[in-house]
Design a binder for this molecule. Sequence first.
Ligand code: UDP
Length: 137
Amino acid sequence: MGYTLCIIKPDAVSKGYTGKIMDDCIQAGFVIHGIRKVQLTEDQAKSFYKVHEHKPFFRPLIEFMTSGPSVALVLEKEDAVDAFRDIIGKTDAREAEEGSIRHKYGEDNRRNAVHGSDSPENAKKEIAFFFANIDLI
Ligand code: UDP
C-alpha cells in the first residue's frame, strides 16, 4: 500500500469544505490513516515549501498558508501519490479538470484547496513533518 500527504489548505477549511473533501477522498478509495488540524507558523510554512523559496510566489504562498487553520491527512491507497494527484487536478484551480477537487473547491493558482505530495519520497518526508508514528493507524 502507498501513502500520500494531503493538506486541506486554509481557503478550503475557512469555506467549510473540509468534510466534503474528506468524503471525496473516501469515495475515491483512500483510507484516512491520520488526521490533524494545524495552524502553520511562518517558520513551518517556509520549511514545508522550502523548494519554492526563490520563486516569485513564495511570499504570498507563505502568507496564504499561515492565514488560518489547515487540515493534514495521511491517505492510503495503492499508488497513493499518483492516484491522489489524479483526483486533485492541475495546480491552477481554473485549469483543473471538471469534477477534480481543485476544480470544485479551489479558486486560482494559489488558493487551490489542497496539497498532494508529488513523489513517494516526498510523501514520506511530508508525513513525518506533520505526524508522529503514534498519530498514525
Ligand atoms: N503556487 C502559487 N503560485 C504559483 C504556483 C503555485 O501560489 O504561480 C502555490 C499553490 O498553492 C501550489 C503551491 O504553490 O499548490 C506549490 O506549487 P507547486 O508548483 O508545487 O504545485 P502543486 O504540486 O501544489 O500542484
